[in-house]
Structures are given as structure tokens and as C-alpha cells.
Design a binder for this molecule. Structure first.
Ligand SMILES: C[C@](O)(C/N=c1/sc2cccc3c2n1CCC3)C(=O)N1CCN(c2cccc3cnccc23)CC1
Length: 266
């Protein structure tokens, strides 16, 4: 158990984006690949964004993107513009490096190919990468603990809010989680969709030699937090964790996927 809370300064100072990418998303051996988290999330994102669930529009904001783009691959088919956001400079830098095809960019091609396979044509992976690069308009700093997480920017409200593996890493307790959910909800239009993926029952995860704390949440807490946050839950999937090999690196017992709609005022 990480003895202390990994606050935003710790992330800014100690979160090694490259080590994280290698450890969790490297083809074949990445821990979130082997333990099926990624397969589960990609299938749910595919069903939500590209198979007629009606989740489409002009603007999607991804909150706490981290240094990863897997979560945007299906969304870029249904939204004209995507804004990626993260707290740490190195995560945003890692995203920019991939978006600009600069040297040292992480190789996402095997993940891109699996999403293209879901969409029906594995060969289209190069076009898919280019489509994503064209759709991500900006990479902004965000802090979910702020009333306006994008402060000082004030953006038009988004049609969809996406957030994966962020709030459980950013929030030290359940109250902070609920507050952060309300903060990010201010960025979403009434009637817009919240799409959230992550893990249940985790208390920490390793990045290189460093432990990062995780707020351990369960299905009941999450369902209540989303409903109390002003949403109607439309879909809530949980996948218990099967493969325990990477257990000591990222202790969680299930992956979750939530699709919810922000209630309109009237
Ligand atoms: C998504 C991620 O890749 C983290 N990935 C992973 S892998 C893994 C494996 C098992 C368990 C867990 C887990 N997690 C996240 C925690 C749960 C990332 O890099 N993050 C998320 C947390 N984030 C912030 C920190 C502090 C404050 C913030 C304030 N606002 C916005 C963001 C803030 C920084 C960027």
C-alpha cells in the first residue's frame, strides 16, 4: 500500500511517462494489455462510439488523458474535434510527440490495429492514426480538483466527456472524487454523455520503481457518485480481473466501463 497519497506535485515530479507506457501498454507484455483491461475498454469504447449507441457530436474532451491515445481511437470516428488534457507536463509532452510523429514517440500501432480489427479492417491502421492526429485539436493542462479543471481557459461545453483511469488516481478520498466529478461535469452540455473507464478495488500501482496511490472504489460507490453527480447511468459494465500475473504492479480486482447522460435542467 502506498503509505501516502500521490498528490499532483508528486505526479508532476515523479510520474515517468515513458516508463509507464512501457510497463502498461507495450505490445504483448504491457500489464494493462495482459490483464485484459485494454481489450475490455477498447470493446466498450468501440460499441459506444462506432456502433450506433448515438454517442457522436462536435466536441469531445478527454480528462486525464495521461500519455496514452488508446482511449481516443474509436471516439475520433464520431467527433469532429477532440481536446486531450492532463495535469503533468511530461504526459502532455508525450502526447504531442506522438501527435506530431516526432522521434521517440511511443509505438501504438498494435493497439491501433486491434481497434481497426473491431471496426472491420485491420489494414486501415495507418489511416486511423492519421484520422486521430487530425481530430485532436489541442492538448491542454487540466486539474480535476479545480472548479474549472481547464482554468484559466473557458471552453464551450462539450458534447461528450471521456475519462479513463484518472479520477481514481487523482483523488485522495471519496469526497474529493465526487467533487472532481462535479468539476469535470461543468465542462459537459446537459444531455451530453459521460464515458468513464477505469479500475475497481485498486490501492496502488507501480511506475518503474515508484508506487502511486489509488483511491479504491467499488461498483456501488461509483454508481452512486455518478447518479448523485446529476447523471442517468445508461450502461455499467464490470470485468473481474482474470490474469493475476501483474498483480504486484497494478493491484486492482476489476475493470469498469460507465456510459451516463448528464440530466438536462428542465
Ligand atoms: C491515466 C494515467 O495514465 C494513470 N494511469 C493509471 S494505470 C493504472 C493501473 C491500476 C490502477 C490505476 C492506474 N492508473 C491511474 C490510477 C488507477 C495518468 O497518467 N494520469 C491519471 C492521474 N492524473 C492526475 C494525478 C493527480 C492530479 C490530477 C489532476 N487532474 C487531472 C489528472 C491528475 C495524472 C495522469
Amino acid at each position: 500500500m502506498a503509505s501516502h497519497f500521490s498528490d499532483k506535485q508528486t505526479y508532476q515530479k515523479d510520474f515517468d511517462s515513458k516508463a509507464y507506457l512501457e510497463m502498461y501498454y507495450a505490445a504483448e507484455k504491457g500489464h494493462l494489455i495482459k490483464d485484459e483491461y485494454l481489450k475490455f475498454i477498447l470493446k466498450n469504447l468501440f460499441n459506444t462510439f462506432t456502433s450506433g449507441m448515438g454517442c457522436k457530436g462536435n466536441l469531445l474532451i478527454d480528462i486525464g488523458t495521461g500519455p496514452t491515445i488508446y482511449q481516443l481511437l474509436s471516439a475520433c470516428e464520431s467527433f469532429k474535434e477532440i481536446i486531450a488534457t492532463d495535469y503533468t507536463d511530461r504526459n502532455r509532452q508525450e502526447l504531442e510527440t506522438w501527435l506530431k510523429k516526432e522521434p521517440g514517440a511511443f509505438d501504438w500501432s498494435s493497439v491501433v490495429k486491434s481497434v481497426c480489427e473491431l471496426e472491420g479492417d485491420r489494414e486501415k491502421w495507418a489511416e486511423k492514426e492519421e484520422k486521430l492526429r487530425r481530430t485532436v485539436a489541442q492538448v491542454l493542462k487540466c486539474d480535476v480538483t479545480e472548479k474549472n479543471p481547464l482554468d484559466p481557459l473557458v471552453l464551450p461545453q462539450a458534447d461528450c466527456l471521456l475519462t479513463c483511469l484518472c479520477l481514481e488516481g487523482a483523488c485522495k478520498d471519496q469526497d474529493t472524487f465526487c467533487c472532481a466529478l462535479r468539476n469535470i461535469s461543468s465542462l459537459l452540455k446537459p444531455g451530453g454523455h459521460l464515458v468513464m473507464g477505469g479500475v475497481l478495488g485498486s490501492d496502488m500501482y507501480m511506475v518503474g520503481e515508484k508506487p502511486f496511490s489509488v483511491l479504491s472504489i467499488d461498483k456501488e460507490f461509483l454508481e452512486k457518485a455518478v447518479s448523485d453527480g446529476g447523471y442517468v447511468v445508461e450502461k455499467f459494465e464490470v470485468q473481474p480481473r482474470s490474469d493475476m500475473t501483474g498483480f504486484h504492479l497494478a493491484r486492482h480486482n476489476a475493470a469498469f466501463f460507465v456510459l451516463a447522460r448528464k440530466m438536462s435542467l428542465k
